[in-house]
Design a protein around this ligand. Structure first.
Ligand SMILES: Cc1cc2nc3c(=O)[nH]c(=O)nc-3n(C[C@H](O)[C@H](O)[C@H](O)COP(=O)(O)OP(=O)(O)OC[C@H]3O[C@@H](n4cnc5c(N)ncnc54)[C@H](O)[C@@H]3O)c2cc1C
Length: 485
């Protein structure tokens, strides 16, 4: 049984942002995560856009947190060493109905406090983004829209929280919550049992399930899947900004967007599904993306498609986030229904929720905070001179493990040694980009697995792709031959 002051459930971008904010207070904080790593839910599979905030309905939590979160992103990413670029966005229209929608979006944005919005005519839009469909008639220019690596954001938030005392438990699926007569929460997970003064439900797609265990006002979550195409890196990409089409009730529609690492993303779809873990991609879904994205980019070609993936939105029928204390459950707090713009909102949501938790629990701020360590420039972004210096400083920088993305052995070892370090091949991939390139790990996966085994002291047969039963090796050839005798 583990005793702690506060247990955060879920290590997505919401849970890690909340954990980091809580780490600034004098309290013992733990995070229980059912996956084998940080960012195993929606946080690892989304568009990576830091939305400006023109889309959310004024007065909602979505609008408030989105606009404040977007303001916080540039400085926070600088502090944490997370790739972020204020790329800007265009929302494009093709007819009078779209022009009307764009005008409404602009008004909404102005009401929400979004700066710099302006309507463009056809020639202005094409001058900014020449690869756009020439049939475009108007566009809303959104200069404050940004792009970020969503999982790198969560890793950095988790590292910062851990450096400031937060402990992370992985493979710990919370399955029971109960409040004892002494007012303490008893939390049963499939790994540990916790006793704590407060719980914070940041469980993404499973947020309503945990809410319903402790609250009489029941919630029904809708799991809305979004599928994507990811195209290989190219310089230059056809678009420098994120290009949205007009939004609908199902979401912001299909976008075409550069990523912070120079890839191009097409998607997402919006399909309501039963299973919150069903992150399959389907032929119909992918065809749907191509049809819609071609309207934005008529010369679209999938020749450079390197992978497809999907993520699940945690949609609540009320169409807004629910953030704060849980009604009728003293000491329980929640951040649920955190669909888009949840990534953009996370820093502001955490700031607000933790203020409420600190007030309710009478927490004192710590006098000192451990600053985030400087993160070295990635080897693949260095000049030749910088590379030579890096190899002189650490010869392991001279061994390139991932040839597609130019990731060195030194970088992989550093990713494993981070405060919340990688333990799986996918964990290394998301922290370093080894395996993110055109060959998708075909060449580097065995070498990455060998380094993980060496660094963590496990056998190669125990290394997994992504936790659980996803072992890369089922045994040795010698044993296999022996069994056959
Ligand atoms: C297709 C798509 C596109 C999107 N695009 C954008 C975008 O461009 N910009 C933007 O701002 N937002 C976007 N979003 C929304 C954004 O991704 C989410 O709002 C955000 O990632 C939610 O983070 P979270 O931490 O709340 O949830 P998650 O990332 O899902 O994390 C929840 C965590 O809780 C864990 N968990 C669940 N149940 C339990 C349990 N019982 N015990 C222990 N752990 C548990 C899960 O394993 C998971 O790691 C998009 C979402 C999707 C799906």
């Amino acid at each position: 049984m583990i005793s702690t002051d506060i247990l955060v459930i879920g290590a997505g971008v919401t849970g890690t942002a909340v954990a980091r904010e809580l780490s600034r207070y004098c309290a013992d904080v733990r995070v229980a995560e059912m996956g084998c790593d940080v960012a195993e839910g929606a946080t690892k599979a989304n568009s990576g856009i830091v939305h400006a905030g023109y889309d959310a309905v004024p007065g909602t939590l979505k609008a408030r947190y989105n606009v404040r979160g977007a303001e916080m992103y540039p400085e926070l990413c600088r502090e944490l060493g997370v790739p972020y670029r204020r790329a800007g966005a265009l929302v494009i229209g093709f007819d009078e109905a779209d022009r009307k929608t764009l005008g409404e979006l602009m008004q909404r944005g102005i009401t929400n406090g979004v700066k710099g919005l302006r309507m463009l005519d056809r020639s202005e839009a094409l001058a900014l983004e020449p690869s756009l469909n020439p049939a475009v008639t108007c566009a809303l220019d959104v200069p404050t829209s940004g792009i970020v690596s969503p999982y790198e954001m969560a890793f950095a938030l988790a590292d910062d929280a851990a450096l400031n005392g937060v402990h992370f438990d992985f493979d710990a699926k919370v399955c029971r919550l109960s409040r004892a007569e002494d007012g303490l929460w008893h939390v049963l997970s499939d790994r540990e049992e916790y006793v704590c003064r407060a719980i914070v439900n940041c469980a993404g797609s499973f947020g309503a399930e945990l809410h319903n265990m402790i609250c009489d006002e029941k919630l029904q979550m809708i799991h809305r899947r979004g599928q994507y195409y990811l195209l290989d890196r190219a310089n230059p990409q056809p678009f420098s900004r994120t290009i949205f089409q007009c939004p609908s009730v199902m979401g912001k529609g299909v976008l075409v967007s550069p990523t912070v690492h120079g890839n191009l993303l097409l998607g997402p779809t919006a399909e309501d599904i039963d299973d919150p873990l069903d992150t399959a991609t389907t032929a119909d879904g992918l065809a749907n993306i191509l049809e819609k994205a071609t309207r934005t980019w008529p010369k679209l070609s999938t020749r450079t498609n390197i992978t497809n993936f999907s993520g699940i939105r945690a949609h609540l029928p009320g169409d807004d986030f629910i953030v704060g204390p849980v009604a009728g459950a003293a000491g329980a707090f929640e951040a649920i229904g955190i669909e888009s713009p949840g990534l953009s909102s996370a820093p502001a949501l955490a700031e607000d929720l933790v203020r409420k938790i600190a007030e309710a629990m009478h927490l004192q701020k710590k006098k000192e905070v451990v600053p985030c360590p400087h993160r070295p420039k990635p080897f693949n972004e260095m000049s030749d001179g910088e590379r030579e210096a890096a190899v002189r400083e650490d010869p392991m920088n001279g061994t390139v493990i991932c040839r597609c993305e130019v990731v060195t052995e030194a970088e992989i070892r550093r990713a494993i040694r981070r405060p919340v370090g990688a333990r799986t091949v996918d964990g290394v991939k998301r922290r370093t980009r080894a395996g993110m390139g055109r060959c998708q790990g075909g060449f580097c996966m065995p070498r990455v697995a060998a380094i993980i085994a060496e660094e963590t002291g496990c056998s190669l047969a125990e290394v997994t792709k992504n936790g659980g039963a996803s072992r890369l090796l089922s045994g040795t050839v010698a044993n296999y031959l022996k069994e056959g005798e």
